[in-house]
Design a binder for this molecule. Structure first.
Ligand SMILES: CC/C=C\C/C=C\C/C=C\C/C=C\CCCCC(=O)SCCNC(=O)CCNC(=O)[C@H](O)C(C)(C)COP(=O)(O)OP(=O)(O)OC[C@H]1O[C@@H](n2cnc3c(N)ncnc32)[C@H](O)[C@@H]1OP(=O)(O)O
Ligand SMILES: Cc1cc2nc3c(=O)[nH]c(=O)nc-3n(C[C@H](O)[C@H](O)[C@H](O)COP(=O)(O)OP(=O)(O)OC[C@H]3O[C@@H](n4cnc5c(N)ncnc54)[C@H](O)[C@@H]3O)c2cc1C
Length: 658
């Protein structure tokens, strides 16, 4: 306890200033804390026994908490907007089994429903007269949305759609909130009218009775069973047997079916019906920041408190964070989490900007948003999932206990590499965009590409390189990414030249394509970090905070260069002989950050309640917390301290003659 207090005292970081910066100002932080305190002081959200609950208990508690939040806490705290709602969900912790209602069902209606449809459905949804989910994925198809098999066949006589699951593989499988709770779903299905298949469109379908919650006629529905994690979420299955819905349950903002069955195609892009996926992808980098920053808070605090090995006679054992390997592991991750933070802010801004253009039927930014949000979602969820596991390992044996908080963080984060688009698949979408822009640049010298891909027109290694210079770092990335894009494009075109069809040529280059998308996205993240810490808000910070952010930026940028040095050397961006200098700059910046490490994670401002970790306690009283935790273990609570398995099994073994 004294050690962590001493660390805080010695740190020169203006912690409060950084917290305000991260959350968008003092007012936002005060509001966040108001929400946290309301949750912490309400017994409904008690977490004392959380880690010992069974799957069914976890689910029931989570639904109870969610309903309590909607009916009591949210009105009391006047929570309306998406950010405050997420803030509340985040402090309550665990999964929110009703989250898909507000995160996907409602945004799909807002984004894709006509004005009349919004007027009809949104008040019902806002007031929880109905509970919605987003039922897109089927047993046979998740990635390949165009391959979904559920049909919606228009009947002009009754002016209804007939929703049907024609095959076993067409059964909807995975959607959250579907298994138990939802009364309605957004159902992407193949629209068939006048005998023609018009592709995937979104429909609103009622699943359960609003009187007694039983399944509607023609609907078979349930929960898909235990998963890797996500016990609190009712991921479900859904089978349709010719279910009838009115014509105007087709979401008709972009395309329509007229009463006689005439199809009116979207004026602009058919991909607008994928809009909800783009929204969540943009939000997932923020989610990655939250999950990884919690893991780092736990690992860094623990690494201050934990001592291991007396290295000099008569002195205290060494703090884990004073081992250079531990510093390297955790402080490079600290730099990463700030990288994710800045790019998540930029991605959300790009989403908002694109959305306002789309409202004016201007599609200009859509390809960039799709490519960028796909890449950023993939890289930030990869980094967060791997980073949480790294934090666990950095905490030794105690990291493996549920009480460390890591298992929950990992289980909640790792599926984000799959849902909302598998990460490899999304990186291939980013690559598709890069290859397309490269082609345009080559074919039309007057074409000026978007800022983030400008390196495709020019990328030059600076002379007299200074690895501490952000502009030089960016130039090195530009050379490297350009070479990666060239390599992938060349591989595709070589395949085509030897007679492969488009798919085979593309598939043969898949590894290079994913590599170029990854490299590009890392470049975008480094650029975003560098640009954001050059903004006025940061320039107004205390000099020491600016200095630490610059150190973290260098670490983030240079550590990737070191880890992927093969790519940079192959591109002629750096020479092998320069690697030592890069190592030294990283090492010296890590040493600069070390004294501020605990204040940096304090700046994330997570109360103990949110971390749910005996290792990550703010006061550092780790060992007392471990002892308290074990007192709740039901396995220790049997008469005379003797567990029933003794009578059932081990006693026989101990007395058996063998
Ligand atoms: C408010 C909430 C905010 C934040 C929330 C934050 C945190 C949330 C925390 C936790 C979340 C909790 C639970 C999440 C639950 C998860 C829910 C789901 O998983 S829903 C299901 C998601 N499914 C997918 O993502 C499927 C992935 N597949 C696809 O997206 C597509 O099929 C594909 C892979 C992109 C391919 O599509 P398609 O085959 O149709 O397209 P092509 O490859 O042929 O490309 C054609 C052309 O279209 C362009 N394009 C493709 N997609 C888009 C798009 N979305 N937008 C714009 N343009 C798109 C593509 O680039 C091509 O363009 P071209 O090159 O031809 O110009
Ligand atoms: C916890 C969780 C919650 C979910 N919630 C929802 C929800 O609310 N609503 C909903 O509709 N869905 C939901 N899903 C489903 C999720 O969106 C899909 O699982 C996801 O999009 C991946 O699709 P898939 O399962 O078909 O994977 P697949 O496409 O089968 O992918 C398997 C592997 O094949 C590779 N692969 C596939 N296609 C290609 C390709 N074209 N090129 C190269 N490689 C390829 C992938 O990289 C991956 O490694 C959820 C899933 C999970 C795990």
């Amino acid at each position: 306890m004294e050690t962590i207090a001493a660390e805080r005292k010695a740190s020169k970081l203006a912690t409060k200033e950084l917290t305000y910066f991260l959350y968008g100002g003092e007012e936002m932080v005060l509001r966040k804390r108001e929400i946290e305190n309301a949750v912490i002081s309400d017994p409904t959200y008690d977490i004392t026994k959380y880690h010992y609950l069974t799957r069914e208990e976890l689910f029931e508690q989570a639904v109870k908490k969610s309903v309590h939040s909607i009916t009591k806490l949210m009105p009391e705290l006047d929570i309306l907007g998406v950010f405050e709602r997420h803030s509340l969900t985040s402090v309550i912790g665990g999964e929110n089994p009703l989250s898909l209602h507000t995160d996907m069902f409602m945004p799909t209606i807002t984004g894709q429903g006509s004005d009349e449809q919004q007027e009809k459905w949104l008040p019902l949804a806002t007031n929880y007269k109905i509970i919605g989910c987003y039922a897109q994925t089927e047993m046979g198809h998740g990635t390949y949305v165009r391959g979904l098999e559920t049909t919606a066949t228009y009947d002009p006589v009754k002016q209804e759609f007939d929703i049907h699951s024609p095959t076993l593989t067409s059964i909807k499988w995975w959607p959250g909130t579907l298994g138990v709770n939802a009364t309605h779903a957004i159902v992407p299905a193949r629209l068939i009218t006048k005998g023609e298949d018009k592709g995937i469109h979104n429909f609103i379908v009622q699943l359960r009775s609003l009187d007694n919650h039983t399944a509607m006629k023609g609907i078979t529905i349930g929960d898909i069973g235990p998963k890797f994690g996500y016990a609190e979420m009712d991921n479900g299955f859904l089978k349709f047997e010719h279910v009838r819905i009115p014509r105007d349950n087709l979401l008709m903002r972009f395309s329509q079916v007229l009463p006689d069955g005439t199809y009116v195609r979207p004026k602009t892009s058919s991909k607008l019906s994928y809009g909800t996926m783009v929204l969540i992808r943009a939000g997932l980098s923020k989610f990655s920041f939250e999950m990884l920053s919690r893991a780092l808070t736990i690992a860094i605090r623990y690494s201050i408190v934990r001592r291991q090995t007396q290295n000099r006679p008569g002195e205290a054992e060494t703090q884990l964070l004073d081992y250079v390997n531990q510093q390297h592991t955790l402080i490079t991750l600290l730099a990463t989490v700030f990288g994710i933070y800045f790019v998540s802010q930029d991605t959300i801004q790009l989403y908002v900007k694109t959305q306002s253009q789309l409202n004016e039927e201007n599609m200009e930014l859509l390809p960039e948003l799709h490519a960028s949000s796909s890449g950023v979602k993939a890289i930030s969820t990869n980094l967060a999932s791997q980073g949480i596991e790294t934090c666990r390992i950095a905490c030794g044996g105690h990291g493996y206990s549920l009480s460390s908080g890591f298992p929950f963080l990992y289980q909640s984060t790792t599926p984000s590499m799959t849902y909302e688009g598998d990460n490899n698949v999304l990186l291939l979408q980013t690559a598709r965009y890069l290859i397309k822009i490269r082609k345009e640049v080559q074919e039309d010298p007057s074409y000026s590409p978007p800022d983030n891909v400008n390196y495709l027109t020019e990328a030059v290694r600076p002379r007299n390189i200074n690895f501490r210079s952000p502009q030089h770092q960016l130039a090195l990335y530009q050379c490297m990414v350009r070479a990666c894009v060239d390599r992938a494009a060349t591989k595709v075109s070589q395949g085509e030249k030897i007679g492969l069809d488009y798919f085979d040529a593309w598939n043969a280059a898949a590894v290079e394509l994913i590599q170029c998308a990854e490299a590009h996205t890392h470049y975008v993240m480094v650029k975003s970090f560098i640009e954001n810490i050059d903004k006025e808000e940061v320039r107004n910070m205390s000099p020491y905070n600016q200095f630490i952010l610059k150190c973290l930026s260098d670490i983030f940028s240079l550590n990737y260069i070191l880890n992927k040095s093969g790519l940079f050397i192959e591109a002629g961006a750096i020479y092998g002989r320069e690697l030592n200098e890069i190592r030294e700059v990283i090492q010296s910046q890590i040493l600069e950050v070390r004294p501020a490490a605990v204040s940096l994670v304090d700046a994330f401002d997570y109360p103990d309640f949110v971390l749910r970790s005996v290792l990550g306690r703010k006061d550092g009283d780790v060992y007392t917390a471990m002892w308290e935790w074990v007192q709740h273990n039901p396995r220790n609570k049997h008469k005379n301290g003797v567990h029933p398995v003794y009578k059932k099994y081990t006693r026989k073994l101990l007395r058996a003659k063998m």
